[in-house]
Design a protein around this ligand. Sequence first.
Ligand SMILES: Nc1ncnc2c1ncn2[C@@H]1O[C@H](COP(=O)(O)OP(=O)(O)O)[C@@H](O)[C@H]1O
Ligand SMILES: [Mg+2]
Length: 250
Amino acid sequence: MSRSEATADAATVPSPDAFLSCRDMHAYYGESYIVQGASFEVAEKEVVALLGRNGAGKTSILRTIARAPQPQLRRGSIELGGEALHTMKDYQAARAGVALVPEDRRIIPGITVEENLVLAQIAPSVGWTTERIYEHFPRLAERRRQEATTLSGGEQQMLAVARALARDVRLFLLDEPYEGLAPQIVQEIERIVEEVKRLGITTIIVEQNALAALELADRAIIIDMGEVVFTGTAKEVLDNRELRDQYLAI
Ligand SMILES: Nc1ncnc2c1ncn2[C@@H]1O[C@H](COP(=O)(O)OP(=O)(O)O)[C@@H](O)[C@H]1O
Ligand SMILES: [Mg+2]
Protein backbone atom coordinates (compact mmCIF):
# COMPACT_ATOMS: atom_id res chain seq x y z
CA MET A 1 0.00 0.00 0.00
CA SER A 2 1.28 3.46 -0.82
CA ARG A 3 1.54 6.19 1.73
CA SER A 4 -1.14 8.28 -0.02
CA GLU A 5 -3.66 5.43 0.28
CA ALA A 6 -2.89 5.07 3.99
CA THR A 7 -3.38 8.81 4.47
CA ALA A 8 -6.70 8.64 2.64
CA ASP A 9 -7.77 5.95 5.10
CA ALA A 10 -6.75 8.18 7.99
CA ALA A 11 -8.87 11.01 6.63
CA THR A 12 -12.01 8.85 6.73
CA VAL A 13 -11.73 8.25 10.48
CA PRO A 14 -13.71 10.86 12.40
CA SER A 15 -11.52 13.05 14.54
CA PRO A 16 -12.20 12.49 18.24
CA ASP A 17 -12.77 15.39 20.62
CA ALA A 18 -9.14 16.20 21.10
CA PHE A 19 -7.70 16.15 24.59
CA LEU A 20 -4.19 15.81 23.23
CA SER A 21 -3.60 17.47 19.92
CA CYS A 22 -0.23 17.07 18.21
CA ARG A 23 0.09 19.11 15.07
CA ASP A 24 2.89 18.87 12.55
CA MET A 25 5.58 17.93 15.07
CA HIS A 26 9.15 18.16 13.79
CA ALA A 27 11.77 17.12 16.33
CA TYR A 28 15.55 16.64 16.27
CA TYR A 29 18.31 14.93 18.21
CA GLY A 30 20.97 17.53 17.56
CA GLU A 31 20.97 17.72 13.78
CA SER A 32 19.26 14.33 13.29
CA TYR A 33 15.79 14.99 11.98
CA ILE A 34 13.63 12.20 13.42
CA VAL A 35 10.02 13.27 14.07
CA GLN A 36 9.02 14.44 10.61
CA GLY A 37 5.67 16.15 10.73
CA ALA A 38 3.63 13.77 12.89
CA SER A 39 0.06 14.95 13.59
CA PHE A 40 -2.60 13.15 15.60
CA GLU A 41 -5.23 13.62 18.25
CA VAL A 42 -6.29 11.66 21.29
CA ALA A 43 -9.66 12.09 22.97
CA GLU A 44 -10.09 12.31 26.72
CA LYS A 45 -10.15 8.84 28.35
CA GLU A 46 -9.10 7.22 25.11
CA VAL A 47 -6.46 4.48 25.00
CA VAL A 48 -4.47 4.66 21.79
CA ALA A 49 -1.86 2.20 20.55
CA LEU A 50 1.09 3.83 18.81
CA LEU A 51 2.51 1.17 16.52
CA GLY A 52 5.15 0.80 13.86
CA ARG A 53 8.40 -0.94 13.12
CA ASN A 54 11.51 -0.70 15.21
CA GLY A 55 13.10 2.71 14.59
CA ALA A 56 9.88 4.22 13.22
CA GLY A 57 10.01 7.04 15.78
CA LYS A 58 7.50 5.92 18.44
CA THR A 59 9.76 6.55 21.43
CA SER A 60 10.86 9.86 19.94
CA ILE A 61 7.23 10.97 19.61
CA LEU A 62 6.49 10.06 23.24
CA ARG A 63 9.63 11.89 24.36
CA THR A 64 8.64 14.95 22.34
CA ILE A 65 5.20 15.05 23.99
CA ALA A 66 6.74 14.50 27.44
CA ARG A 67 9.21 17.34 26.79
CA ALA A 68 12.23 15.15 27.37
CA PRO A 69 15.43 17.15 26.73
CA GLN A 70 15.80 15.31 23.41
CA PRO A 71 14.49 15.22 20.74
CA GLN A 72 13.85 18.92 20.54
CA LEU A 73 10.62 20.15 18.95
CA ARG A 74 11.51 22.78 16.37
CA ARG A 75 8.22 23.12 14.57
CA GLY A 76 4.63 22.23 15.33
CA SER A 77 2.48 22.30 18.44
CA ILE A 78 1.31 20.07 21.26
CA GLU A 79 -1.86 20.96 23.14
CA LEU A 80 -3.21 19.22 26.20
CA GLY A 81 -6.70 20.10 27.39
CA GLY A 82 -6.62 23.17 25.17
CA GLU A 83 -3.35 24.47 26.62
CA ALA A 84 -0.14 24.73 24.65
CA LEU A 85 2.17 22.24 26.32
CA HIS A 86 5.15 22.93 24.10
CA THR A 87 5.51 26.58 25.16
CA MET A 88 4.99 26.06 28.91
CA LYS A 89 7.74 26.72 31.41
CA ASP A 90 9.14 23.52 32.93
CA TYR A 91 7.43 24.02 36.27
CA GLN A 92 4.06 24.53 34.53
CA ALA A 93 4.58 21.46 32.36
CA ALA A 94 5.45 19.41 35.45
CA ARG A 95 1.95 20.13 36.73
CA ALA A 96 0.23 19.49 33.43
CA GLY A 97 0.17 15.78 34.24
CA VAL A 98 2.04 14.15 31.38
CA ALA A 99 3.69 10.99 32.66
CA LEU A 100 6.08 9.04 30.49
CA VAL A 101 6.95 5.56 31.70
CA PRO A 102 10.04 4.90 29.61
CA GLU A 103 11.31 1.48 28.58
CA ASP A 104 13.88 1.58 31.38
CA ARG A 105 11.04 2.27 33.87
CA ARG A 106 12.92 5.02 35.70
CA ILE A 107 12.47 4.08 39.30
CA ILE A 108 14.94 5.57 41.76
CA PRO A 109 17.64 3.11 42.86
CA GLY A 110 19.03 2.99 46.39
CA ILE A 111 15.74 3.86 48.10
CA THR A 112 12.66 1.84 49.01
CA VAL A 113 9.43 1.31 47.10
CA GLU A 114 7.61 3.65 49.46
CA GLU A 115 10.25 6.37 49.15
CA ASN A 116 9.88 6.12 45.38
CA LEU A 117 6.16 6.76 45.73
CA VAL A 118 6.53 9.64 48.17
CA LEU A 119 9.13 11.37 46.00
CA ALA A 120 6.83 11.13 42.99
CA GLN A 121 4.19 13.27 44.70
CA ILE A 122 4.46 16.88 43.60
CA ALA A 123 2.11 18.23 46.28
CA PRO A 124 0.08 16.65 49.10
CA SER A 125 -3.23 17.67 47.55
CA VAL A 126 -2.73 16.24 44.05
CA GLY A 127 -2.27 12.73 42.78
CA TRP A 128 -2.87 9.44 44.49
CA THR A 129 -1.94 8.95 48.12
CA THR A 130 0.32 6.03 48.99
CA GLU A 131 -2.66 4.41 50.75
CA ARG A 132 -4.73 4.53 47.58
CA ILE A 133 -1.83 3.13 45.56
CA TYR A 134 -1.42 0.26 48.00
CA GLU A 135 -5.13 -0.55 47.75
CA HIS A 136 -4.83 -0.89 43.97
CA PHE A 137 -1.39 -2.53 44.00
CA PRO A 138 -1.22 -4.79 47.06
CA ARG A 139 2.03 -6.23 45.76
CA LEU A 140 3.70 -2.85 46.23
CA ALA A 141 2.30 -2.64 49.77
CA GLU A 142 3.93 -5.98 50.57
CA ARG A 143 7.23 -4.74 49.20
CA ARG A 144 7.06 -1.18 50.55
CA ARG A 145 10.26 -1.43 52.64
CA GLN A 146 12.22 -3.20 49.94
CA GLU A 147 14.93 -1.44 47.93
CA ALA A 148 13.25 -0.60 44.62
CA THR A 149 15.77 -2.22 42.26
CA THR A 150 15.39 -5.57 44.06
CA LEU A 151 11.83 -5.81 42.67
CA SER A 152 11.17 -8.13 39.74
CA GLY A 153 10.80 -6.59 36.28
CA GLY A 154 7.02 -6.72 36.48
CA GLU A 155 6.97 -5.17 39.93
CA GLN A 156 9.27 -2.37 38.76
CA GLN A 157 6.85 -1.69 35.92
CA MET A 158 4.04 -1.61 38.47
CA LEU A 159 6.02 0.87 40.57
CA ALA A 160 6.72 3.05 37.54
CA VAL A 161 2.97 3.17 36.81
CA ALA A 162 2.20 3.86 40.47
CA ARG A 163 4.71 6.74 40.50
CA ALA A 164 2.83 8.31 37.62
CA LEU A 165 -0.47 7.98 39.50
CA ALA A 166 1.17 9.60 42.55
CA ARG A 167 1.97 12.59 40.34
CA ASP A 168 -1.67 12.84 39.22
CA VAL A 169 -1.37 11.79 35.64
CA ARG A 170 -3.74 13.19 33.01
CA LEU A 171 -1.89 11.73 30.05
CA PHE A 172 -0.13 8.43 30.38
CA LEU A 173 2.63 7.56 27.91
CA LEU A 174 3.70 3.93 28.20
CA ASP A 175 6.73 2.87 26.19
CA GLU A 176 6.80 -0.89 25.66
CA PRO A 177 5.51 -1.83 29.11
CA TYR A 178 5.69 -5.56 28.33
CA GLU A 179 9.29 -5.44 27.13
CA GLY A 180 11.46 -8.15 28.64
CA LEU A 181 8.75 -9.53 30.92
CA ALA A 182 7.72 -13.16 31.24
CA PRO A 183 4.25 -13.98 29.79
CA GLN A 184 2.74 -14.37 33.24
CA ILE A 185 4.04 -10.94 34.29
CA VAL A 186 2.79 -9.45 31.00
CA GLN A 187 -0.71 -10.52 32.04
CA GLU A 188 -0.25 -8.76 35.34
CA ILE A 189 0.85 -5.53 33.64
CA GLU A 190 -2.07 -5.87 31.21
CA ARG A 191 -4.41 -5.92 34.17
CA ILE A 192 -2.79 -2.73 35.47
CA VAL A 193 -3.18 -0.99 32.11
CA GLU A 194 -6.82 -2.13 32.04
CA GLU A 195 -7.23 -0.61 35.47
CA VAL A 196 -5.71 2.66 34.24
CA LYS A 197 -8.19 2.54 31.36
CA ARG A 198 -11.13 1.95 33.73
CA LEU A 199 -9.99 4.94 35.74
CA GLY A 200 -10.48 6.99 32.59
CA ILE A 201 -6.87 8.11 32.24
CA THR A 202 -5.99 9.07 28.67
CA THR A 203 -3.22 6.73 27.55
CA ILE A 204 -0.87 6.22 24.64
CA ILE A 205 0.73 2.81 24.65
CA VAL A 206 3.70 1.94 22.44
CA GLU A 207 4.15 -1.77 22.01
CA GLN A 208 6.16 -4.08 19.77
CA ASN A 209 3.54 -6.67 20.56
CA ALA A 210 0.91 -5.00 18.36
CA LEU A 211 -1.72 -7.67 19.02
CA ALA A 212 -1.54 -7.18 22.78
CA ALA A 213 -1.77 -3.41 22.39
CA LEU A 214 -4.68 -3.62 19.94
CA GLU A 215 -6.65 -5.78 22.35
CA LEU A 216 -6.57 -2.98 24.84
CA ALA A 217 -6.68 0.12 22.68
CA ASP A 218 -9.71 2.01 21.35
CA ARG A 219 -7.70 3.13 18.35
CA ALA A 220 -4.39 2.64 16.61
CA ILE A 221 -1.99 5.14 15.13
CA ILE A 222 0.73 3.72 12.91
CA ILE A 223 4.06 5.52 12.64
CA ASP A 224 6.64 5.21 9.90
CA MET A 225 9.72 7.37 9.40
CA GLY A 226 8.63 9.85 12.03
CA GLU A 227 5.15 10.50 10.75
CA VAL A 228 1.65 9.09 10.94
CA VAL A 229 0.77 6.73 8.09
CA PHE A 230 -2.52 5.32 9.38
CA THR A 231 -5.15 6.02 12.00
CA GLY A 232 -8.06 3.71 12.63
CA THR A 233 -9.75 1.26 14.94
CA ALA A 234 -8.07 -1.91 16.12
CA LYS A 235 -10.41 -3.88 13.86
CA GLU A 236 -9.44 -1.81 10.81
CA VAL A 237 -5.79 -2.61 11.48
CA LEU A 238 -6.40 -6.29 12.10
CA ASP A 239 -8.53 -6.62 8.95
CA ASN A 240 -5.91 -4.91 6.79
CA ARG A 241 -3.40 -7.52 5.70
CA GLU A 242 -1.23 -5.03 3.76
CA LEU A 243 -0.97 -2.66 6.69
CA ARG A 244 -0.03 -5.51 8.98
CA ASP A 245 2.63 -6.80 6.58
CA GLN A 246 4.07 -3.44 5.78
CA TYR A 247 4.26 -1.79 9.18
CA LEU A 248 3.59 -4.32 11.90
CA ALA A 249 4.79 -7.74 10.81
CA ILE A 250 1.83 -9.45 12.51
N1 LIG B 1 19.48 9.99 20.90
C1 LIG B 1 19.36 9.82 19.58
N2 LIG B 1 20.16 10.48 18.72
C2 LIG B 1 20.03 10.33 17.38
N3 LIG B 1 19.13 9.52 16.80
C3 LIG B 1 18.30 8.84 17.61
C4 LIG B 1 18.38 8.94 19.04
N4 LIG B 1 17.43 8.14 19.58
C5 LIG B 1 16.81 7.55 18.54
N5 LIG B 1 17.34 7.97 17.36
C6 LIG B 1 16.92 7.55 16.02
O1 LIG B 1 15.58 7.96 15.84
C7 LIG B 1 14.89 7.00 15.06
C8 LIG B 1 13.62 6.62 15.77
O2 LIG B 1 13.95 5.99 16.99
P1 LIG B 1 12.87 5.64 18.08
O3 LIG B 1 12.02 6.82 18.30
O4 LIG B 1 13.59 5.07 19.24
O5 LIG B 1 12.03 4.51 17.32
P2 LIG B 1 11.02 3.40 17.88
O6 LIG B 1 10.71 3.73 19.30
O7 LIG B 1 9.85 3.46 16.97
O8 LIG B 1 11.73 2.10 17.75
C9 LIG B 1 15.84 5.85 14.83
O9 LIG B 1 16.37 5.96 13.55
C10 LIG B 1 16.89 6.06 15.89
O10 LIG B 1 18.13 5.57 15.45
MG1 LIG C 1 11.02 2.69 21.05
